[in-house]
Design a protein around this ligand. Structure first.
Ligand SMILES: Nc1ncnc2c1ncn2[C@@H]1O[C@H](COP(=O)(O)OP(=O)(O)OP(=O)(O)O)[C@@H](O)[C@H]1O
Length: 290
């Protein structure tokens, strides 16, 4: 049977789900009266529904800037960002950001009121439905009993859970998290990673997650984008779905973490990177980009 190129292309396109988010050759800049700071250079990646997509790279490589840009707060100097095929120009309730400063929870509102607030402010729901939705997500993060508590009475981990419940209650197309657990102690951080993964298992939200911790990236992400030092460019994209909290400390996990470290910090071109990704590497795919 003769199959034309056109038919092959459309068959292949049918097999793949459409990307939810497309970041297409995005360069980001900060301009002041005296200087221009280039934060990223032509960064491209696609995020698919239910991905846990991690941006990983050294301090100053533009991870937060990319997240801000996807959130709609920083317009690209070049390139474009599309959500469901539509070019993004501004923030919207379809992309909710969770930062690490959980003290952004207004202290005069109870936990329930905090979770209800964006639903009411955006007129997504009326008071009764907002309360019901808020309780549903508080239950999911294990805080149903604390609905009437005030934020200052909660631990850091509990505040993080309120912030996640508040974001999920908006049922956004994407949850954007910028180093959400960085300020927590090591044990709480681990617990929050575990809870985030359990929540994802249940809700299957699409996550864009920024971290500079290789270990956290491997645990939280199913795909990881490695960015070079300032200004950030794509170094490689890695499939990491085979790792979770139970892989921590294992030999394969450690080797992978070391190789990612080399990919991130070794100077050099594609041949260095290719040798770092020798066949023993456990990634099911690694795409290099220079
Ligand atoms: N508001 C701003 N004005 C000017 N320059 C900025 C601003 N925000 C970030 N930058 C610069 O843009 C570059 C990228 O910063 P960004 O915060 O995105 O990096 P990052 O990878 O998130 O770093 P970190 O892990 O330290 O948070 C850096 O050189 C930084 O100094």
């Amino acid at each position: 049977m003769h199959v034309s190129t056109h038919e092959i292309t459309s068959l292949a396109a049918q097999d793949l789900p459409a990307p939810l988010l497309q970041v297409d050759r995005v360069s980001l800049q900060y301009r002041s009266a005296t200087a221009v700071v280039q934060a990223t250079h032509e960064v491209s990646f696609d995020v698919y529904p239910a991905d846990r997509f991690v941006l990983l790279g050294p301090s100053g490589c533009g991870k937060s800037s990319l997240l801000k840009s996807v959130a709609g707060f920083l317009p690209p100097a070049a390139g474009e960002i599309r959500l469901d095929g539509q070019v993004l120009h501004q923030p919207g309730p379809d992309r909710i950001v969770v930062f690490q400063e959980f003290d952004q929870l207004p202290p005069w509102k109870t936990v329930l009121q905090n979770v209800m607030f964006p639903l009411l402010a955006s007129r997504t729901l009326g008071k009764r439905d907002a309360a019901e939705r808020a309780r549903h997500y508080l239950d999911k993060v294990g805080l149903a009993r604390f609905a009437d508590a005030y934020p200052h009475t909660l631990s850091g981990g509990m505040k993080a859970r309120v912030a996640i419940a508040r974001a999920l209650a908006m049922q956004p197309k994407m949850l954007l998290m910028d180093e959400p657990f960085a300020a927590l102690d090591a044990l709480t951080r681990r617990k929050m990673q575990e809870e985030l993964l359990a929540l994802w298992d249940e809700v299957r939200f699409t996550l864009l997650f920024v971290t500079h911790s290789i270990e956290e990236a491997l645990v939280v992400g199913n795909r990881i984008l490695l960015l070079s030092p300032h200004p950030g460019r794509v170094r490689a994209e890695i499939n990491s779905h085979q790792y979770d909290l139970s892989s921590l400390g294992g030999v394969g996990f450690q080797q992978t973490a070391q190789r990612i470290h080399r990919l991130l910090f070794d100077e050099g071109g594609p041949s260095d990177a290719a040798s770092a990704a020798a066949p023993t590497l456990n990634f099911s795919d690694v795409r290099f980009s220079y």
